[in-house]
Ligand binder design. Structure first.
Ligand SMILES: C[S@@+](CC[C@H](N)C(=O)[O-])C[C@H]1O[C@@H](n2cnc3c(N)ncnc32)[C@H](O)[C@@H]1O
Length: 446
């Protein structure tokens, strides 16, 4: 494990002071013996599907940068997945105490594929790193006084065919949080001491009535308990001094300013979790005239409408690259192998049997997607085993129908369930030349 301990020079001192005193998220390295925190956005199967056309084997010296790695969730998960690959992970953060926790977690796991830098994202170029194939930066850029400088610095160290895995706060979804931050600023008027700010914030949280936006319509007791039990979270959410959020159009603009394009939004393990189908306004719009008007609007406008309709996107998790074309694995390539991620599909084919032409609602982690089951959806679903390619599935099901079903009918009835399940990130593709990815037990840790 190589270790650099350069003193960061280019950062907001109040932000560094916060994360030195309250490393985020709160993690105990001893827990590594019990469980691995899964940062879902960084599952190799998802990265391969969305960023590398399904053809990335993560070998040949694959290089990952985790920028603003905090206490290590994304670093550890990526390094654990890449343990037996010819690949490395580079960690960068301005908080020495956060880095110490992340390093202790890596030691507890015996991970030897991480390079550590106590450094600012804005000083990255001076580290003179080789270009990175993947840059992961979650929950960091919105804490920079000038996020544009941060994304520029990351863009400069990205390989031409590389991709970014990012998370920025969502504007409408976090309106209650900003009302809460305003309240904490008021009760902490004239207070500079961080410990006293926390004390006042705790007392205020305990006083909140159910009408407060932070609690309205939610598990009020659970939310209050979370704040009281985890001071790092309390500070990060309600007292943060450097925090902004983005609407969908602002994300497109932010990326364009750094010569990047959005590939796709992805799921994020907030509570409730955010999924890509939430960026589609159509399930909410029932009036047909309005639906046909909205359908003609640009993709970004449609996504912005969805965001403003349901107000549930507290975080925007997404993949980006210098060019977004041909990044996502395509089911038009029949050499692709469909596989499930974090979803037990064992009873699905059974549900589809006899349901041809009927609408099906699929519930997954507090979300529901609706779709129409096709005539051959059941056998196409049953043919998915994580190693058969689409071409092989089609041949197999065609033979089962005595050659009656055509290739295009079978593909269409596969797409009937592929599209909605892919919007939940639970049905993905990888090229047959790429070995299957290991799935780690999904334990949702706040
Ligand atoms: C909210 S935490 C997120 C940690 C981690 N990415 C995660 O998702 O678990 C933000 C982190 O960004 C780091 N950070 C803030 N500004 C930074 C900068 N200019 N350079 C490097 N790290 C920075 C903080 O020290 C903190 O650890």
């Amino acid at each position: 494990m190589s270790e650099h301990d350069d003193t960061p020079s280019n950062y907001a001192s109040n932000v560094r002071a916060q994360y030195e005193a309250y490393p985020f998220p709160l993690r105990d390295p001893r827990d590594e013996a019990k469980r691995l925190v899964v940062a879902e956005q960084e599952c190799l199967g998802k990265l391969n599907h969305f960023c590398f056309g399904g053809r990335q084997s993560f070998g040949d010296g694959f290089r990952v940068l985790v920028a603003g790695g905090g206490t290590g969730d994304h670093t550890i998960f990526l390094a654990e997945q890449l343990r037996d690959y010819d690949a490395s992970v580079t960690y960068v953060d301005i908080s020495r105490s956060s880095m110490a926790i992340a390093q202790a977690r890596a030691r507890a796991r015996g991970l030897k594929n991480i390079e550590w830098h106590h450094s600012s994202i804005l000083d990255l170029a001076s580290l003179n790193p080789a270009p990175f194939d993947l840059v992961s930066c979650t929950g960091v850029l919105h804490h920079l006084p000038e996020p544009e400088r941060g994304i520029d610095a990351l863009r400069r160290v990205l390989a031409p065919q590389g991709a970014m895995s990012l998370m920025l706060y969502g504007r409408t979804g976090r309106l209650p949080v900003y009302a809460g931050q305003e309240l904490m600023r008021l009760v902490n008027s004239g207070v500079d001491d961080a410990a006293l700010k926390i004390r006042n914030a705790r007392a205020t949280v305990q006083a909140l009535p159910d009408t407060n936006w932070l609690l309205r319509g939610q598990d009020a007791k659970g939310i209050v308990r979370n704040f009281l039990e985890d001071e790092s979270n309390l500070y990060d959410v309600l007292i943060h001094e450097q925090d902004r959020a983005y609407s969908v159009p602002e994300i497109y603009d932010f990326l364009a300013g750094a010569d990047l394009e959005l590939i796709e939004f992805t799921s994020f393990h907030s509570d409730p979790p955010c999924f890509r189908y939430m960026y589609d306004p159509m399930p909410w719009i029932t009036d047909s005239a309005l639906a046909s008007h909205v359908a003609k609007l640009p993709r970004a406008t449609q996504q912005a409408i969805a965001e403003a309709i349901h107000c549930m996107l507290t975080c925007h998790a997404f993949y980006a690259a210098p060019g977004s074309e041909d990044r996502i694995a395509s089911p038009e390539d029949l050499e692709m192998v469909p596989f499930f991620l974090y979803f037990d599909s064992s009873s699905l084919a059974q549900h589809f049997r006899g349901a041809s032409g009927r609408e099906c609602g699929l519930n997954y982690r507090q979300s529901t997607v609706h779709f129409e089951v096709g005539k051959y959806s059941a056998p196409m679903m049953a043919a998915i085993d994580g190693s058969r390619s689409l071409a092989e599935m089609i041949d197999m099901v065609r033979a089962e129908t005595g050659g009656v079903a055509t290739k295009s009918e079978l593909l269409e009835d596969f797409m009937a369930f592929y599209r909605p399940l892919n919007c939940l990130d639970i049905l993905l593709l990888r090229h047959r030349s790429v070995a299957p990815f290991r799935e780690y037990p999904l334990e949702v840790v706040a």
